[in-house]
Ligand binder design. Structure first.
Ligand code: DX5
Ligand code: ZN
Length: 230
């Protein structure tokens, strides 16, 4: 059964629990009650050279999280595995375009189950590959690092692609959310917001802060100010 939460308004801050302490997950989830979604990175050691957890753990994270889950699947064969994450009740399920055999069919399946359907693209994947299918998705994730690890440097060179997608979405009257993930911090979030992002994943910038709640609020304030100026 899907619980429908009212959708949070932009700018949205989604802390990545990849940067949480895996053996203190309950404690670390409680710290992000002021965030919009908990970003959950599922990695399979095939699509990316790192391994996290699967549906059993994600189900427990969901039962414990104060905010709905934004699941980011960095796995091969999402056509087969992504629907299970929607079925367990994740608010959004994002798979990689590079890994999907039939991204449109998969997005329709995810929506049919009641999740928001998301598609992610790596830094080397062109944004134009999504232009004609924007309406099939509720969110597009423009990776601002190579997927696989937290704590990497934000790639400014992905910003023209983000801007292009934002312009194209506007041109088509789409209300798709534009998400960025990787290297988002106090010093980079304004660049991404100015380029059109409305949803921001941050791992080390949130969980590395002494005051996690204050870090979430500061990131949101910076993003809001930058998107108003642009
Ligand atoms: C990387 C993951 C990110 C990661 C971000 O492949 O998709 O969600 O946790 O971590 P930071 O914010 O530390 O770059
Ligand atoms: Zn992620």
């Amino acid at each position: 059964m899907h619980l429908h939460h009212p959708l949070p308004r932009a700018p949205r801050i989604n802390p990545s629990i990849l940067a949480a302490d895996f053996v203190n997950m309950q404690r670390d989830l409680a710290k992000i009650a002021s965030a919009d979604f908990a970003h959950v990175d599922v990695m399979d050691n095939h699509f990316v050279p790192n391994l996290t957890f699967g549906p059993q753990m994600v189900e427990r994270i969901q039962a414990t999280s104060p905010v709905p889950l934004d699941v980011h699947l960095m796995i091969t064969d999402p056509d087969r595995w992504a629907p299970g994450y929607a079925e367990l009740g994740a608010a959004s399920v994002t798979f990689h375009l590079e890994a999907a055999a039939d991204p449109v069919a998969l997005a329709r399946t995810l929506r049919g189950i009641g999740a928001r359907a998301g598609v992610a693209i790596k830094p080397g994947t062109a944004g134009e590959s999504l232009y004609d299918i924007i309406d099939e998705f509720d969110q597009i994730l423009v990776m601002t690092v190579e997927p696989g690890f937290g704590g990497q440097r934000f790639m400014t060179e992905t910003m023209p692609k983000l801007r292009g997608l934002a312009d194209e979405a506007k041109r088509r009257g789409s209300d798709v959310w534009l998400q960025v993930d990787g290297g988002i911090s106090d010093s980079t979030i304004e660049i991404a917001a100015a380029a059109g992002a409305d949803t921001f994943v941050a791992g080390s910038a949130v969980y590395g802060a002494d005051d996690v709640e204050a870090a979430v609020i500061r990131l949101r304030d910076l993003a809001r100010a930058a998107s108003l100026e642009s």
